[in-house]
Design a protein around this ligand. Structure first.
Ligand code: NAP
Length: 460
């Protein structure tokens, strides 16, 4: 058994089974048994089940959000939005399930040429703890809509909301064998999924180092791999940007979910002419954020998910200061008073004058730390933004059309925002380039990943 604890105070939230390789083998076998039934189900019936599950989830939004906050730590308001996000993704895929068509052409030489799209079979998913409900939606929505069956491993530290969401799908009419959750550790359950010979695709979301390990284990099986990995998103603030809107964007883009989002703003580059007022505004806004137990009223930021992760975040802040690569303007300490000392809290931390080559800029800092640097030209800012191994998201804050055109072309990232950051609608693809991953979540693009093209040539 695994215990699940609330990171705000260490209290026990629940237990889950510590899954084994046998559990994975059983789940995959059962999943294949259910495949012919589910893939033969009329797409509109699949759509009805997804719509109905979304409705049930919305009805139980309050209870599900409480559970998510208790196991993950985020403020209740964020949990409510995330649960609604899960429902929204199911609704989106429910709405396009009936549009799965192939292609047709005719040639005098080859006759009727058809491309049929068929589901892959059993698909696996491994997901992290930072946005467990939303990411579960990103995986299950397209997989189930396309007619595949699924075995999903939630994170060991935040599995309970995923289990509750699966129950809602069953209540909506999804046969239990079509979606099975195997709880347990990544080392046991995750690796068993990666090396299983009879799984057709594996969609993994997590850290780059874990993802490359998973890819290595999965390589001999030649299953289709989708890797949604870490990011170190840059925000570029140009001299014509609205300073208040940009500062607000930086604060919400960094401190939302306690900085534990793959596309959190992890580096800020500001035009040197507006650097000082921007930094002061960010500081002012960050210092008004209230930190505490996500279940309490008015809390803006919860704890870091584990104390080990907080230690890593604090180490990178200290190392930057010790190496003279930046200064702490606000935050940057481990709270040791009041109720904050009972959980793994870390204050919103702003670092200024940060060397773009400092580890706090180069590594993915998965916590509430915002390093800021100045730039002289937009070209320099784009070069600095691109100078990491990551390529998930980036944003540029300006209204100048030439700059927007240059930045959207030149920023090496899977998603580029203009005058906004961290907004991920289910209708458009989301994913990274370089070490941030392979493949895409969301949109029709994700659905197509879970279908195989079969070519049929008929000589009349
Ligand atoms: P993680 O440590 O890589 O874990 C992710 C998942 O992989 C968990 O379910 C984990 O299980 C499992 N796992 C761990 N070791 C494994 C192994 N050897 N083989 C197979 N599976 C294994 O990542 P995390 O700390 O949970 O999540 C944070 C990372 O995810 C960040 O880098 C973040 O940027 C990234 N992320 C990316 C996206 C995206 O869409 N690109 C979205 C969200 C998060 P356990 O729970 O048992 O460790």
């Amino acid at each position: 058994m695994f215990e699940v604890h609330n990171p705000a105070d260490g209290s026990l939230v629940g237990h889950v089974h510590a899954g084994t390789e046998d559990d994975v083998n059983d789940a995959v076998r059962t999943s294949w048994e259910a495949f012919s039934l589910w893939s033969d189900t009329d797409p509109l019936d699949r759509s009805r089940i997804l719509f109905s599950a979304a409705r049930l989830v919305r009805e139980d939004k309050k209870e599900l959000s409480l559970l998510l906050t208790r196991e993950q730590g985020k403020p209740l308001r964020e949990s409510v939005n995330e649960i609604a996000g899960f429902a929204r993704v199911l609704e989106y895929y429910a709405s396009i399930t009936g549009t799965l068509q192939g292609d047709y052409g005719y040639s005098k030489n080859y006759g009727h040429m058809m491309v049929m799209r068929q589901p892959l079979g059993v698909c696996a998913a491994i997901i992290p703890w930072n946005m467990p409900a939303l990411i579960m939606g990103w995986k299950t929505g397209p997989v189930l809509a396309a007619g595949n069956t699924m075995v999903l491993k939630p994170s060991a530290t935040a599995p309970l909301t995923c289990i509750a969401l699966a129950e809602h799908l069953y209540r909506a009419g999804l046969p239990k064998q079509v979606l099975q959750l195997v709880t347990g550790s990544g080392r046991v359950v995750g690796q068993a999924l990666a090396r299983h010979n009879n799984i057709r695709s594996l969609s993994f979301t997590g850290a780059v180092s874990t993802g490359t390990g998973v890819a290595e284990i999965a390589a001999p099986t030649l299953k289709k791999l989708i890797l949604e990995l870490g990011g170190s998103d840059a925000m570029i603030v140009c001299k014509d940007a609205d300073p208040y809107a940009a500062a607000k964007g930086a604060v919400s883009g960094r401190f939302f979910n306690c900085g534990q989002t793959c596309t959190s703003i992890k580096r800020v580059f500001v035009d040197s002419t507006v650097y000082e007022p921007f930094v002061q505004k960010v500081r002012e806004l960050a210092e008004t954020l209230s930190i505490g137990n996500g279940l309490s009223d008015g809390v803006d930021m919860g704890p870091v998910h584990t104390s080990g992760q907080r230690k890593d975040v604090h180490f990178l802040v200290q190392e930057t200061v010790n190496n003279d690569q930046g200064k702490v303007l606000s935050g940057g300490y481990i709270p040791d008073t009041g109720s904050l000392k009972e959980g793994s809290f870390y204050p919103p931390t702003i670092m200024t004058g940060v060397d773009p080559d400092a580890p706090v800029m180069k590594e993915e800092v998965f916590g509430p730390v915002l390093p800021v640097s100045a730039f002289d030209t937009v070209a320099d800012a784009i070069d600095m933004a691109n100078a990491t191994r990551f390529g998930l998201g980036a944003s540029i804050w300006t209204h100048d059309m030439r700059t927007i055109s240059q930045a959207t072309r030149e920023l090496d990232a899977g998603i580029v925002w203009v005058n906004q950051h961290l907004r991920i609608p289910p209708e458009v693809p989301f994913g990274g380039v370089k070490s941030s991953g392979l493949g895409r979540e969301n949109g029709r693009y994700a659905l197509l990943q879970y279908l195989e093209e079969k070519t049929i040539l008929i000589n009349p």
